[in-house]
Design a protein around this ligand. Structure first.
Ligand code: FES
Ligand code: FE2
Length: 445
């Protein structure tokens, strides 16, 4: 770390990364302010609050937040903190309610955040309480293809600008169908890891043939999935791309292959294939031919803490992360296909998912290494593929030459520095949108 409060943790020339960012409380406290107090954060999905007066309890960093849909259908992200002394006004995970009553003294808020009723407003407060200024604190809310984002920063750019060209890739999973997606879950658990270890792992495909060897062998043997090998990865035409802090990996997809990974087996392949063929004209209309037929988003993260679809790494201190796992399915997909995807997703990445358990062990060890006297003096080495990424004629963002690269990791920690060193959003650069967004799909779905 540099002097005068300036963070310089990743050396762009060597890829050396200071380990203290995974364990120091002061760094973590700064992250809460400068990253989680500022970035657009994934907080949920519109399908979790489909009807008027529905609500879903979520978090922005460590702050508890109620995602509500008011009587007019508008979304709100309300800080779950009574403006009187600070109790939570909502203590359940989800439901349907026009009002939230604080159970300390009874202040009662409408689901648009307005403070509606205060016991003793006339008798105890002598009519002097400034009720209009004491509504629940609200974050800004915007959506992308049904995914709800919120930010505390009044000066943040639009969500569209924040996502930028990352959306060009994200559309190939989240924005394929007219009917949109549906979120199932979440499954929640705690991990003894720093939140950044999960995020940087999202474009680390280098670990897959090693860390997941036994899990992959099980899949090859029982599900008929192809074998994993380093050789295949090094020769792969797939790539990494990096935009505005968002780490993308994508497949140069085969035109005729179904798009889903989880749940595909020799038994279920026909189901996926039929769905792929039946929906391709619609997907092509929505995304244009190139993206519909040739680009498939793979592992990815949305800065700062959205990972692999609608999954959240919620920080709970430097050495702890609360993990939320949703499964997203296309709403109009056949029920049988949704079932297969849901089960496949849990088997891979749920709390008991085979791959998840391999991963958590890695993240725990990376985190622990940063806490030890001798180990923490020596930086991580993120030098793979240095100098082998740039602009590409067909793909937006900063694109790696090869699939296996640490370009996205280096850039993720660079983005982290940009947020941590910025005084305001005016200091945080955004890439201009360069991607060709063919088709009818928009931010709204
Ligand atoms: S703390 Fe909520 S009414 Fe007093
Ligand atoms: Fe993994």
């Amino acid at each position: 770390m540099g002097s005068a409060g300036k963070y310089a943790v990743i050396d762009p020339a060597t890829g050396k990364l200071d380990r203290s960012i995974f364990s120091e409380q002061a760094v973590y406290d700064d992250e809460m302010e400068k990253i989680f107090g500022r970035a657009w954060l994934m907080i949920g999905h519109e399908s979790l609050v489909p009807a008027a007066d529905d609500f879903f309890h979520t978090y922005m960093g460590e702050d508890p937040v109620i995602l509500t849909r008011d009587g007019e259908g508008r979304l709100h992200a309300l800080l779950n903190m009574c403006r009187h002394r600070g109790n939570r006004v909502c203590r359940v995970d989800d439901g349907n309610a026009k009002r939230f009553m604080c159970t300390y003294h009874g202040w009662t808020y409408r689901n648009d955040g307005t403070l509606e009723y205060v016991p003793g407003e006339v008798e105890a407060y002598y009519g002097a309480l400034d009720k209009p200024s004491l509504g629940l604190i609200q974050a800004r809310v915007e959506t992308y293809a049904g995914i709800v984002f919120a930010t505390w920063a009044k000066d943040a750019p639009s969500l569209e600008a924040f996502l930028g060209d990352a959306r060009w890739y994200l559309d190939t999973v989240f924005n394929r169908r007219d009917g949109g997606m549906q979120a199932l879950g979440p499954m929640k658990w705690l991990e003894p890891v720093n939140w950044k270890t999960l995020v940087d792992n999202c474009s680390d495909n280098y670990h897959v043939p090693t860390s997941h060897l036994s899990s992959a062998r099980v899949q090859t043997r029982f599900l008929g999935r192809p074998k994993l090998s380093h050789e295949d990865q090094f020769a792969s035409p797939n790539k990494h791309a990096f935009v505005n802090g968002h780490s993308i990996t994508f497949r140069d997809a085969d035109d005729n292959m179904p798009r889903y990974v989880h749940g595909v087996s020799t038994d279920t392949m026909r189901l996926f294939q039929e769905y792929h063929e039946a929906t391709m004209p619609e997907v092509e209309r929505r995304l244009g031919t190139f993206r519909a037929r040739r680009v498939q988003l793979g592992n990815h993260s949305i800065f700062p803490n959205g990972i692999l679809g609608l999954r959240l790494a919620l920080p709970r201190g430097p050495l702890k992360t609360e993990f939320w796992h949703f499964v997203l399915v296309e709403r109009d997909a056949p029920e049988e296909l949704k079932r297969v995807i849901r089960i496949g997703s849990q088997a891979n990445n749920g709390a008991a998912g085979m791959f998840e358990q391999d991963d958590v062990d890695n993240w725990r060890q990376v985190t622990e290494a940063s806490t030890r006297r001798a180990g923490r003096r020596h930086p991580q080495d993120l030098s793979m593929g240095l100098g082998h990424a740039g602009r590409h004629p067909d793909y937006p963002g900063l694109v790696s030459e090869r699939y296996i690269s640490e370009n996205n990791q280096r850039l993720f920690y660079r983005r982290w520095e940009e947020f941590m060193n910025a005084e305001s959003w005016a200091d945080i650069p955004l890439d201009p949108v360069r991607g060709q967004f063919d088709g009818t799909a928009t931010m709204r779905g």
